[in-house]
Write a new protein. Structure first.
Length: 211
């Protein structure tokens, strides 16, 4: 069994805080996630969770490689999910394109149509990034595959197809460097916000050679 770094063990401790103005803007735009007026707010949410999750996807726990997407645990459309939860901070996290696309419009809330948002992980079929400690449910075996420890872990692996090669190949690469202080240090610098874009470009180039 491979151990996961501290970065990967952590789940979300601080949900994004919506201000009174944010709430007003969300109401004025009818909780519509696709509204262009709400783009600055969505960018702030994305930035918050990227930092809070240490630059790792909620479901595969791998560093982001391309686009970072805000993920809705309960989907945002009324057809499959609930629009009133679309800006609810505990319903949000960031995920990689692969996990977010595979999770898609699946609603894993139990029961799927309950009106109030649950405050605990037991009301979800898959790992909830705010409520469930990842490693209680999934173990990384031989530094190369996701193995379920619980039904919830099994459901998460199945939902995000964590057995597919696009993910497991990244996992092997990432685990190879998990104990390397240089690589881990540079990964942390890469996550720093602010006017580090120049350094960031260089570091991104460095990682594109590795991963
Ligand atoms: Zn992922």
């Amino acid at each position: 069994m491979a151990r996961l770094s501290k970065r990967q063990r952590k789940n979300i401790e601080k949900p994004f805080k919506l201000s009174v103005l944010d709430h007003q803007e969300i109401r004025e735009n009818s909780y519509d996630w696709s509204s262009t007026n709400l783009k600055p707010l969505k960018d702030r949410i994305r930035k918050h969770y990227k930092k809070e999750q240490n630059g790792l996807c909620s479901y595969c726990k791998l560093p982001f490689r391309d686009v970072i997407q805000v993920e809705h645990m309960v989907p945002k459309g009324d057809l499959y999910g609930r629009s009133e939860f679309s800006f609810l901070p505990t319903n949000l996290s960031v995920a990689c394109t692969s996990c977010n696309t595979k999770k898609s419009i699946n609603n894993d809330m139990i029961p799927w149509d309950r009106t109030d948002y649950p405050k605990a992980g037991l009301f979800f079929k898959i790992i909830h990034p705010h409520y469930d400690p990842y490693l209680m449910h999934i173990e990384i075996v031989d530094k190369s595959r996701y193995t379920p420890k619980t039904v919830k872990g099994y459901n998460t692996i199945k939902r995000c197809k964590l057995y597919e090669s696009n993910i497991t190949e990244q996992l092997v690469k990432y685990m190879k460097y998990e104990d390397d202080p240089l690589i881990q240090g540079v990964l942390r610098i890469r996550e720093l916000q602010g006017d580090l874009s120049n350094i960031k470009n260089k570091i991104d180039r460095f990682f594109s050679l590795l991963f």
